[in-house]
Design a protein around this ligand. Structure first.
Ligand SMILES: [Zn+2]
Length: 507
């Protein structure tokens, strides 16, 4: 079926929507019923917002701005003409002060100077960094060996992250993912016997991230820091804002989800993706392993998104101040979370790109973007090649093909600009997936390349102010909003949810 995505365009040519021809309509090849009007969301002031945004509003406001400028110009010309008749030469009876010399124009800043200013003023916070799972696979979590330290400290780590590259990339922080894969059969058997190993491995990964933070205290800000404290320390020392995230609720057991979440929070977990590539007891995933081949495939609709237990877990996450992360979840999970105040705090997509540009089930549909805006949430664009550059699949049951020609840094910027222009630059950020993906775009093969991406956004006409929001201002705002919701719930006396403990059985 036809699509308005751009893979057929010459490499790196701006797509029509970027050139100002209007945005692509929502892609319709996935056979789901879109609601014509997104559900309303009650904001903090108790006002109902209806955020249907089809682009006409900005066109109208641009037109009215243009007509205002024309009116001012016409009025100015008329005024100058009348003044030249009414006043004698020299005006003001000859007492006019001599005009000051024109102030010499300050040479406009170069792109590099603007990049430096932005990254010095606002921490660049990456929504998803997989250093920890790479260290598990590549270094067995052994961080006190010369093998690890030489490369981590002096450069040359095999994937995308080490200290010299973090410094060169002027990185200001990341959500460090304590990811562990889904256990076998996780999508259909939610028992603790299946999930137990995931929980113990998660503890090991959280501990690894905390040990790195402790061993390099001048470089990493402790994961348990508040957003305010973390921002202060960034400005003091240029150290890295470093909350921990988990990636899928297969990392909490079905029988004691609240206990486990609370303990994770106490260790510095500040965001939790509701699923990875498996369904779990709480939410449906976008992708699951195929029963036949074991390969990851698009998940058919399963339980309409969230389970009752999933709604309870979100409530406890809100109470704790753990960000709800919708990357990896199904379309219907996203719809359920973003509607009807299911989450009291704004949410994040920590590493997902725009579906209209690359129609991959991991990416965010246009009507979901409207809900992201309505809930003051944020989509952090994933850099992984498969998610930024693809051609449409023949139907929604198979994954799209990777399209190599657009596998570039510019293509990442296109995703950022697409989301920014559609729902506003308050709702987009970066979520690199570095160290969690093998294939990276040309020009974006490590954390040292972030300034190049920032420069590309400036070259594409994004303002310095908007770029500062994209690199870190937005995730800080959303994180603080989640903390505020948590504080309000505590003030209101909302008690922690308690796990159901079965009767004690002694054999
Ligand atoms: Zn992921």
């Amino acid at each position: 079926m036809s699509s308005e995505v751009d893979p057929l365009l010459p490499r790196n040519q701006p797509a029509p929507e970027i050139s100002g021809y209007g945005y692509s309509k929502p892609n319709d090849f996935i056979n789901v019923n879109y609601e014509s009007t997104p559900p309303s969301y009650r904001n903090d002031n108790g006002q109902e917002e209806n955020e249907e945004n089809d682009g006409t509003e900005s066109v109208t406001s641009n037109r009215s701005a243009l007509s205002t400028i024309c009116s001012i110009f016409t009025f100015g010309v008329l005024f100058a003409f009348i003044a030249s008749i009414a006043l004698p030469l020299g005006g003001n009876g000859g007492n006019r002060q001599p005009s000051p010399e024109p102030v010499p124009g300050r040479p406009s800043s170069t792109i590099n100077e603007r990049v430096d200013k932005i990254l010095n003023g606002t921490p660049l916070i990456d929504g998803h960094n997989d250093l920890a799972i790479f260290l598990r696979f590549g270094y067995k979590n052994q961080i006190h060996t010369s093998k690890f330290r030489d490369k981590f400290e002096k450069g040359g780590m095999e994937m995308h992250v080490d200290l010299p590259r973090l410094r060169k990339g002027k990185v200001g922080g990341a959500l460090w993912s304590a990811f562990v894969p889904c256990p076998a059969n996780a999508s259909y058997d939610f028992s603790d016997s299946v999930y137990g190993q995931s929980v113990s491995t998660t503890l090991s990964q959280i501990d690894l991230i905390r040990r790195i933070q402790t061993y390099y205290p001048k470089i990493f800000i402790p994961a348990t820091s508040s957003p305010t404290d973390a921002l202060y320390l960034f400005h003091q020392n240029h150290s890295l804002v470093s909350p921990i995230s988990i990636e899928g609720l297969h990392q909490i057991p079905q029988t004691s989800p609240f206990t486990t979440l609370r303990l994770y929070h106490s260790l510095g977990v500040r965001a939790a993706t509701l699923t990875w590539n498996c369904h779990n007891a709480f939410a449906d995933a976008a992708l699951i392993p195929s029963n036949d081949t074991g390969l990851t495939v698009p998940a058919p609709p399963y339980r309409n998104g969230l389970t009752a237990a999933g709604r309870q877990v979100i409530k406890e996450m809100n109470r704790l101040g753990i960000l709800v992360d919708l990357s990896h979840t199904s379309y219907w999970t996203q719809k359920a979370v973003l509607s009807n105040n299911t989450s009291l705090a704004p949410v994040i997509f920590s590493h997902s790109s725009a579906f209209t540009i690359c129609p991959h089930p991991r990416n965010v549909h246009d009507d979901i973007l409207d809900l992201v805006k309505a809930t003051n949430s944020i989509v952090m664009i994933n850099f992984a090649s498969a998610f930024i550059s693809c051609s449409p699949p023949p139907n929604s049951s198979v994954l799209p093909d990777f399209y190599p020609r657009n596998n570039t840094l510019h293509q990442i910027a296109r995703h950022v600009v697409y989301v920014g222009e559609k729902i506003g630059y308050d709702h987009v950020g970066f979520g690199s997936d570095f160290d969690g993906t093998l294939l990276t775009p040309e020009g974006m093969d490590g954390v040292d390349k972030f300034p190049d991406l920032v420069a590309e956004l400036l070259r594409m006409g994004v303002t310095d102010e908007d770029v500062a929001k994209v690199v870190g201002g937005n995730i800080l705002r959303v994180w603080q909003a989640a903390e505020d919701v948590s504080a309000r719930m505590h003030e209101d006396g909302v008690l922690e949810l308690e796990d159901e403990v079965p009767d004690w059985k002694v054999d």
